[in-house]
Ligand binder design. Structure first.
Ligand SMILES: Nc1ncnc2c1ncn2[C@@H]1O[C@H](COP(=O)(O)OP(=O)(O)OP(=O)(O)O)[C@@H](O)[C@H]1O
Length: 241
């Protein structure tokens, strides 16, 4: 299986704070990779360095065999990114935002089809600002998929979605994975991670504390349930430092 993302010794500090500390990871084509950790663990910084929107202090990063700093334009065409929020004109409609996004890419997906897949078919004429939190979240996934990407980054992908919408999104991601898409996600929902991820990496204060499969995490922790395993491995209990 081809390696889509390869990170070796990624390190990035903000002043004195080591946000990402010698992180190495590798993501194979057509798999779902979960980067996990508490708030402030360093997930977003890692993703931004992989995407080239932040410059690492040291380490090597390759994504789709490209250097994210040197080849950002090429990467832009081949990578999808879901943001928690994105900038849009205050009155813009769903259809207009999708069409604007389509214009940015050489080989865009059919946005209407994506809106239907994500349960937004009857919202295309609505203003983005009028959507519910869950609808907006689904729209951001649609926007991330418009480039027809080979790899997609989904940040806290189902935050704000109701139970059925979450399950629907999982199903679509399974289908995309089966079609060969590589998915890199962050999530604070361990049921979602368990349902979707082939491999996970847990970071704490910028350092990797676990890397492997869900089963290996359960085995290593000695817990029965993955959520307990995650809490034990991530050390999310209040520490006394
Ligand atoms: N631009 C910045 N300047 C200074 N410190 C920053 C900056 N961005 C992030 N940090 C700090 O770096 C650390 C890692 O932040 P990061 O956003 O990567 O974590 P995260 O795991 O994505 O958190 P969350 O789950 O809350 O999104 C945190 O302590 C954060 O406060």
């Amino acid at each position: 299986m081809k390696t889509i993302i390869q990170v070796r010794g990624l390190t990035k500090a903000y002043g004195q704070l080591p946000a990402v500390d010698h992180v190495s990871l590798s993501v194979k084509a057509g798999t779902v990779f979960g980067l996990l950790g508490a708030n402030g663990a360093g997930k977003s910084t890692t993703i931004e360095c992989i995407l080239g929107t932040k410059k690492a202090d040291s380490g090597e990063i390759s994504i789709l065999s490209l250097d994210p700093q040197k080849d950002r334009r090429h990467l832009f065409q081949r990578v999808g990114v879901q943001f928690q929020e994105c900038d849009y004109q205050p009155e813009i409609k769903v259809s207009e935002l999708c069409e604007e996004t389509v214009c940015l890419y050489k080989n865009p997906a059919d946005w209407k089809k994506l809106c239907t897949q994500f349960g937004l078919a009857n919202k295309t004429n609505s203003a983005v600002k009028s959507l519910s939190g869950g609808e907006r979240q689904r729209l951001f996934i649609v926007l991330a998929l418009i480039p027809n990407p080979q790899v997609v980054f989904l940040d806290e992908l189902t935050t704000g979605l109701d139970t059925k919408a979450r399950r629907d999104v999982w199903k679509i991601l399974e289908e995309l994975k089966n079609q060969g898409m590589t998915i890199f996600l962050t999530s604070h929902f361990m049921d979602e991670v368990e349902a979707l991820c082939d491999e996970i990496c847990i970071i704490k204060k910028g350092k990797i504390v676990f890397y492997g499969t869900i089963m290996q995490a359960i085995e290593k922790s000695g817990c029965e349930k993955f959520e307990d395993a995650y809490l034990a491995l991530a050390g999310e209990e209040v520490d006394a430092e």
